[in-house]
Design a protein around this ligand. Structure first.
Ligand code: HEM
Length: 536
């Protein structure tokens, strides 16, 4: 916000006050009961409660705990009820300057609303800066619910459905994971770079049929340029709160954001146009690498009036860059974050690692590498992957949904146009569901007297909800599983310092751990040769 000149702020402030007066006047006639929320202040509502300055998932969880003692009165105005001990509220409602937010912090609430009432809980909030000024409305991730959204969603979902991943994408996942392990044997200290390259290369290959051979790849650089230029979280700018400001002309004081937006548009265009054109040129020259974008260019499916080239180009852009996630990192960074969390957990929990390695020795032995065919016979390794996705949420607040109709839930009114935030972090650390949630404990998924079916698979939460559930979840899960199994099989992962690791996770749409001490040592004689001689 500091980058916007004072004039714009003053204009924005004027509009805000006018809008607030209208909102307050209208509230006076409202007799509905809203979900609980912190007390609202005159004119500004919950503006001061809406988390700023990072780690919003923790702040929302605190609000939800406090709001066990909040009640909405019949005027829709929330207040704290002093000295009363209610359980935390898993549904919290905040309003500010005309915007409405509902924060869900239990799986049950997310399932009831986002899954079961998907028909009215599957849109995205209006994003003035990102979509309307910077032109990201082509991106499925940010698209409002409707016919065009459904056309894109159907395609991406089919392209990344489980059978498709198994039959078409596994060879790429295997090739990139093996090549990662080879690089780890050569320069283990560069692990983070190698993991990043692996995750990006796999996506790039299945999307455009393009082989990424180094982190300096030209297409990767285009996405990186977008990331560097586009750091604000979508929906966080003052213009998002007061959309009318978007009409401030570029030549007027405070209109500099228009020029920034134009530049951002150009970068985003290059990011999806350049790899797309490169693929088209390859196809024209007769060297047609199998890829999602290539298949779409050749398909005849109905596209709701969207130009076929635009459709294929936008699908490629969505999968590769992941519009929303590229604000901080590309989609591949979600996979990277999960893998870094896995390695960190192995340095912190050597018993877990040894247990998995014993399972690998028993099932796979030491004269070959684990493959997807071994997966069902390696339940402990599978549980390590589940626990990796639960222990540290890589996308702690997911992507906000928005309602397209008024609704009532547990007798509380939820208006049309409400932004709905699923606090994935809170759900994965819910003590009613996961015992000692901060501990990395893969055994929690095994049956026990307290949980006869084991604790629930975090995948029901990690990848979002309902009609917007992550379509890339099978691809991500298989990539993380194979990499984890190969690393556990070939390396001992340890903390060389012996001292506790001081790790911080970044705040933002993707939460990624900071550097931490680790050492990768070959686990048995011949491990490197197994990897070097591996053929698909
Ligand atoms: C560890 C890896 C990943 C995690 C944790 C993850 C998580 C998520 C989450 C939480 C959402 C929002 C869901 C919602 O709105 O409720 C999402 C959306 C999405 N993800 Fe993933 N994702 C991962 C990897 C991938 C990959 C590899 C792809 C590539 C195919 C992908 C493609 C998408 C797309 C296109 C959407 C938008 C769907 C829509 O708006 O309808 N994701 N992801």
């Amino acid at each position: 916000m500091g980058s916007y000149p004072d004039t714009l702020l003053r204009v924005a402030g004027g509009f805000a006050i006018a809008l607030l007066v209208i909102v307050v006047l209208r509230r006076g006639h409202d007799s509905r009961v809203y979900p609980p929320g912190p007390p609202r202040r005159f004119l500004v509502g919950n503006l001061g409660d809406i988390p700023h300055g990072g780690y919003a998932w923790k702040s929302y969880l605190e609000i939800s705990k406090r709001c066990g003692t909040c009640r909405s009165d019949s005027q829709g105005v929330s207040m704290m009820i002093a000295n009363q001990a209610f359980a935390a509220s898993d549904v919290v409602y905040l309003t500010a300057v005309g915007s409405k937010r509902l924060v869900l912090s239990s799986f049950e609430a997310a399932r009831d609303l986002l899954d079961r009432k998907g028909a009215i809980y599957s849109s995205r909030p209006r994003l003035v800066v990102k979509n309307e000024l910077r032109g990201w409305d082509w991106s499925l991730i940010l698209m409002a619910y409707g016919k065009v959204f459904l056309a894109y969603r159907r395609t991406i979902q089919q392209e990344f459905a489980h059978p498709m991943v198994v039959t078409s994408y596994r060879p790429t996942i295997i090739r990139e994971s093996i090549s990662l392990i080879r690089r780890l044997f050569q320069t283990p200290g560069d692990m983070a770079q190698h993991l990043k390259q692996m995750a990006g290369a796999a996506i790039m290959m299945v999307t455009y049929g393009h082989q990424v051979n180094s982190v300096n790849d030209e297409f990767v650089a285009l996405a990186e340029a977008v990331r560097k230029n586009d750091k604000e979280a979508p929906g966080s700018a003052i213009i998002d709160l007061i959309p009318i400001c978007k009409y401030v002309p570029a030549w007027s004081p405070g209109g500099g954001f228009q020029r920034t937006a134009l530049y951002a548009r150009k970068l985003a265009w290059n990011m999806r146009y350049v790899p797309f054109q490169a693929l088209k040129a390859k196809i024209a020259s007769g060297t047609f690498p199998d890829s999602m974008v290539g298949r779409l260019l050749q398909s005849d499916s109905s596209l709701e009036g969207i130009d076929k080239d635009d459709f294929a180009m936008n699908c490629g852009g969505v999968v590769y860059s992941g519009a929303l996630f590229s604000v901080l990192y590309g989609i591949s960074h979600l996979t990277l974050a999960a893998l870094l969390n896995f390695v960190l957990a192995m340095t912190l929990y050597p018993d877990v690692q040894q247990h998995a390695q014993k399972e690998l020795d028993d099932v796979v032995g030491r004269d070959r590498l684990p493959t997807f065919e071994d997966r069902d016979r390696l339940p402990y390794v599978a549980n390590i992957v589940k626990e990796t996705f639960r222990w540290k949420a890589v996308s702690p607040l997911g992507v906000p949904h928005a309602t397209t109709e008024d609704d009532t839930y547990r007798g509380m009114f939820i208006p049309k146009g409400t932004t709905v935030i699923a606090n994935i972090y809170a759900m994965l650390h819910d003590e009613n569901v996961y015992k000692n949630p901060t501990e990395f404990r893969p055994g929690r998924y095994e049956p026990s007297p307290e949980a006869p079916m084991g604790e629930p698979d975090p995948a029901r939460v990690t990848f979002g909800f309902g009609r917007r559930t992550c379509p890339g979840r099978f691809f991500a899960d298989e990539s993380v599983w194979l990499t984890a199994a190969l690393m556990l099989h070939t390396f001992d992962i340890s903390n060389p310092t012996g001292a506790p690791s001081q790790v911080e996770w970044s705040s933002g749409l993707v939460s990624i751990p900071s550097d931490f001490p680790f050492k990768l040592s070959p686990r048995f004689f011949g491990a490197e040769d197994l990897v070097a001689s591996f053929e698909q």
